[in-house]
Design a protein around this ligand. Structure first.
Ligand code: C2E
Ligand code: CA
Ligand code: CA
Length: 233
């Protein structure tokens, strides 16, 4: 497990111009292959049934880091990624709750990012797990929104507080493009549903300006910062 580490990508509060949040992203430093991208090993872990072990490690490592930062007076809210298979485990809320107490981290400092397809595999159990996590005080976010089978009916049933617009809509954001219509209406819809909106994959100043004008809450992307190791963050 010593080869695993987390990087933290800043999430910018656009209106305040401040970073108080980050997304934890898993990294695998392989002794001979070098840095292996999660895009390669996460799907493998999912196929071989070992993703729950990885997720358990990520949750505990985030809590350890939050505890360490708290000791230095830093209060950061961290998002982490949860897989489909994690959502079919009815024990997840109880396990996380125990760890929160152990590390003395307020549940409000955690956001779990889920995908809609992850919920659709087994909606009964997944919704039960999500409500359990909410009951602990953990926030929930819908990742990669706009890809796959996004459905408003499904969104309404999920106890989520945040929605992340997929990078594919953000990359070439421009006043007159089709993407801009999608992004603007997603922001409006989310706000009417009481959700915060994060734009992912913000690479250009111009996109950030447009997002600010459209009252998007949060921006994440290389323009603000690449994912960083904990020390650099
Ligand atoms: P994701 O959750 O959608 O994470 C965002 C990905 O976009 C990250 O890639 C991040 O480095 C990258 N990114 C951020 N800003 C920009 C930008 O401005 N431009 C571009 N081109 N890319 C940007 P990363 O770290 O390689 O992770 C890939 C995927 O692997 C993640 O997508 C997520 O689905 C998965 N993943 C990462 N860490 C974990 C984990 O701890 N658990 C699980 N289950 N999945 C993870
Ligand atoms: Ca994510
Ligand atoms: Ca995403």
């Amino acid at each position: 497990k010593a080869e695993l580490l987390l990087h933290y990508q800043p999430k910018l509060d656009i209106a305040a111009g401040q970073v108080r949040q980050a997304e934890a992203l898993l990294r695998w430093q392989h002794p001979t292959l070098g840095m292996v991208s999660p895009g390669e090993f996460i799907p493998l872990a999912e196929r071989t049934g070992s993703i729950q072990l990885l997720t358990a490690w990520v949750i505990e490592e985030v809590l350890r880091q939050l505890r360490e930062w708290a000791g230095r007076g830093l209060r950061v809210q961290v998002s982490l990624n949860i897989s489909t298979d994690d959502l079919i485990d009815p024990q997840l809320p109880a396990r996380v709750s125990k760890l929160l107490a152990e590390y003395q981290v307020p549940a409000e400092q955690l956001i779990f990012e889920i995908t809609e397809s992850g919920v659709m595999l087994n909606p009964e159990v997944a919704l039960q797990v999500l409500h359990g996590l909410r009951a602990c005080g953990i926030s929930l976010s819908v990742d990669d929104f706009g890809t796959g089978y996004s459905s408003l009916a499904q969104l309404k049933r999920m106890p989520v507080q945040e929605l992340k617009i997929d990078q594919s809509f953000i990359r070439d954001l421009d006043d007159a493009s089709e993407d801009s219509v999608i992004v603007r209406s997603t922001i409006e819809m989310s706000h009417s549903l009481g959700l915060k909106v994060v734009a992912e994959g913000v690479e250009f100043e111009r996109s950030l300006q447009l997002l600010g004008r459209w009252q998007c809450d949060t921006a994440q992307g290389y323009l603000i910062s690449r994912p960083l190791n904990a020390m650099a963050f």
